[in-house]
Each structure stands twice: as structure tokens, then as C-alpha cells.
Design a binder for this molecule. Structure first.
Ligand code: NAD
Ligand code: TDX
Length: 332
């Protein structure tokens, strides 16, 4: 039985990862370490209740003694845990530095001490900064432009340094924007879908022409598993969906699918330091034999449908009800 330590597994990408891996592989067990910040949500893992191969632990990746205990038992560590929302990092960067950089350091230190088979650092395409020209390749310079992406760049390079200096078996992934079920409704797609469903305005930053490359969360997670098998230690791999769209394109798809009027569009003040375009060249992982499987038009429509079918999930978050439930569970 292969033992995984997944951090941030109650968040959007991590919870999808845990679910998919348990379905795909029978001979794995997962310890899921998550602090349950505002973004962590046990509702994301509801269907795994009673699964003996999944153990949830509420805790902080910056907690050295807890991390030491958990890494000691693990074969493979996958670090999804992070503060992940750019707007929050602009308002209040502190937790980004603490979790994204210091927390990664604590995980790396424990991995160095105990020895693990693989350490996967989930980085992001945002570490390169913005490009209006060629797509970034893995050895391009990092020019992160928000406190979020700068903290992720710090963790990304710290992980690399642990490979070079201490032989920790690190692989680093830099994925583009994910979409899919269970994404916290502060990010573009779930925010716009759920607002539109309730006939609320869609706040489009600036001119709405910023470009993101969208990938289905299942494709991202499959790429992570693929790299655990086929990736070379110490290397960085870009992961992208090959679906570059402006925010206005995304808005139009959402309004059309939900049958809502253009009048919901509301142009608001631009995000500070708003990156114009993210774009990654994925030739390196493609050459190893990986390609995303989800077709974008179909994938985004299914995702919108998921939010339509799962009002219970996002209404609890948007109404604050989830936070009440959380307090009752954990803050006795
Ligand atoms: P998310 O905000 O939905 O989930 C993050 C999870 O980490 C939450 O469950 C939260 O409770 C947990 N967490 C936060 N601080 C913690 C701490 N100190 N200790 C333990 N757990 C903690 O984020 P997401 O969108 O699922 O992103 C997951 C990872 O993927 C992040 O590292 C992010 O940088 C990276 N990433 C995200 C995207 C994207 O489009 N969402 C793209 C590329 C990379
Ligand atoms: O209300 C909004 N209005 C708007 O116009 C929001 C929330 C966003 N936007 C724009 C900003 C971006 O151009 O939409 C685009 C996408 O925004 P986010 O969903 O906040 O994502 P982004 O800033 O691109 O970062 C995401 O992708 C990379 C994730 O949040 C990161 O965790 C990941 O690393």
C-alpha cells in the first residue's frame, strides 16, 4: 500500500485529487492534512466519509511536530496547501508568506529528515508573471507580480534548492488556471456562475480582456500522477489546458449557458498589478506522453451544470452557514 500525504486536500484542487486517486488506485492510502482555512471545506470530502483509505487531519503545514509525525509515515508528499487567491494577497499578504513559503519549508525539512520517495510541489504558471508574447518555458526567469505569485515562486525555488542541496526527490509543477467542481466561489468561474444564477452583477475587472489558460481540474490532477510516474527528479513541468480565453469570453459562455442577460456585466476597477496574460508552453510534459483530455466547451458547460445542480454546496459558503458549521465542529 503506497502512503500519500496530501496537504490542502480539503480545498478545490486537493479534494478533487484525493477523490480521483482513491477511485483510480486501490493500493494507496491518503493522509489529508488541511488547516481548514476559509477555503478548506469538509463538504468537499463528504462522499469519502467512511473510506478507510482516507484519513483527514485538521492541521497546519507550518506545525513542525505534526508535519514531522506525518511525513515520517509517508512515501509520497504532495503539497497543494496554500493561500491561493490573488485578491486576498493584495489586501493582506501575511498568511501567504507564512503558509506558502514557511509551510513549504517545514514540509521540505521533514522530508529531508525522514526521506520520502517523491515530493511534489504544486506551483503555478503565475510565477512567470505576464506575457503578451511567447508562452513561457520552464527555464524562463520568474517575474511574479502579486504577493501570492511571489510567495509561490519562493516555495517553488525553495523546493528546487532542497533537491540540489539535500537530494530531496522534488518535482515541481506549474499549472494554469483550473476549473471544475468544488472551486471556492471567490474565483472567476464559480463567482460568476453563482452570481448569475442569483441575478447578481458580475464584477469584470478593467476591460475584461485579460487572458487565462483554462484546464479542467481532473486533467491537472492526472498530470500530477503522470509526473509521479514519469517525471525526472529536480525538474519543473508546465501543465496547461491549451484553452486561452479572455475573461469576457468566459463571461459570455456563462451568461449564454444560464440564459442570463448581458446587463449583469459590471465593469469595475481593475485588480492592482493585474497580469494581462498567462501562457505556458507544455512541450516538456507533452514529450513524455501527457495531454489534457477534457475538451473546453464541454468541460466548462458541465462545470456550470455542476454549480446549478449543487446549490447546497455553494449556498452554504456564500451565506456564511459553512463557517457556522465549521465553528461548531472545531472551535468548541
Ligand atoms: P484552495 O484555496 O481551494 O485550497 C487550498 C487548501 O489549502 C484549503 O483547503 C486550505 O484550507 C488549505 N490550507 C491553507 N493554508 C494551510 C496551511 N497552513 N496548512 C494546511 N492547509 C492549509 O486552492 P486551490 O485552488 O485548490 O489550489 C491548490 C494549490 O494549487 C495551491 O498550491 C495553488 O497555488 C495551486 N494552483 C492553483 C491553481 C488554480 O487555478 N486554482 C492553478 C495552479 C496552481
Ligand atoms: O471578480 C472577479 N472579476 C474578474 O474580472 C474575479 C474574482 C476575477 N476576475 C479576473 C481576474 C483574472 O484576470 O478573472 C481572472 C481570473 O481570476 P481568478 O479566478 O482570481 O484567478 P487568477 O488570478 O488567474 O489566479 C488563479 O490561477 C492561478 C488561481 O486563483 C491561482 O491560485 C492559480 O495559481
Amino acid at each position: 500500500m503506497k502512503k500519500y500525504l496530501v496537504t490542502g486536500g480539503a480545498g478545490f484542487i486537493g479534494s478533487n485529487y484525493v477523490r480521483n486517486l482513491l477511485e483510480k488506485e486501490q493500493d494507496v492510502s491518503i493522509t489529508n492534512l488541511d488547516k481548514l482555512t476559509y477555503a478548506g471545506n469538509l463538504d468537499n470530502l463528504k462522499d469519502l466519509e467512511g473510506n478507510s483509505r482516507h484519513k483527514f487531519i485538521k492541521g497546519d503545514i507550518g506545525d513542525e511536530s505534526l508535519v514531522d509525525e506525518l511525513v515520517r509515515e509517508a512515501d509520497i508528499v504532495i503539497n497543494f496547501a496554500a493561500e491561493s487567491h490573488v485578491d486576498r494577497s493584495i489586501g493582506s499578504p501575511d498568511d501567504f508568506i507564512t503558509t506558502d513559503i514557511f509551510g513549504t519549508f517545514v514540509l521540505l525539512e521533514a522530508s529531508r529528515k525522514h526521506g520520502v520517495e517523491k515530493f511534489i510541489q504544486i506551483s503555478t504558471d503565475e510565477v512567470y508573471g505576464s506575457t503578451e508574447g511567447a508562452s513561457f518555458v520552464e527555464n524562463d526567469p520568474l517575474m511574479p507580480s502579486s504577493p501570492y505569485s511571489a510567495s509561490k515562486a519562493g516555495a517553488d525555488r525553495l523546493a528546487y534548492s532542497y533537491f540540489v542541496t539535500y537530494d530531496v526527490p522534488v518535482i515541481i509543477t506549474r499549472c494554469s488556471n483550473n476549473y471544475g467542481p468544488f472551486q471556492y466561489p471567490e474565483k472567476l468561474i464559480p463567482l460568476f456562475v453563482t452570481n448569475a444564477m442569483d441575478d447578481k452583477q458580475l464584477p469584470i475587472y478593467g476591460d475584461g480582456l485579460n487572458v487565462r489558460d483554462w484546464i479542467h481540474v481532473v486533467d491537472h490532477n492526472d498530470a500530477v500522477d503522470f509526473l509521479i510516474e514519469k517525471g525526472t527528479l529536480g525538474e519543473v513541468y508546465n501543465i496547461g489546458g491549451g484553452n486561452e480565453r479572455t475573461n469576457l469570453d468566459i463571461t459570455a459562455i456563462i451568461l449564454e449557458k444560464l440564459g442570463k442577460p448581458e446587463s449583469l456585466k459590471n465593469y469595475v476597477e481593475d485588480r492592482l498589478g493585474h497580469d494581462r496574460r498567462y501562457s505556458v508552453n507544455c512541450s516538456k510534459i507533452n514529450a513524455l506522453g501527457w495531454q489534457p483530455k477534457h475538451e473546453f466547451t464541454e468541460g466548462i458547460r458541465e462545470t456550470i451544470q455542476w454549480y446549478e445542480d449543487n446549490r447546497w454546496w455553494w449556498e452554504r459558503i456564500k451565506s456564511g452557514e459553512y463557517l457556522e458549521y465549521y465553528k461548531a465542529q472545531y472551535e468548541k
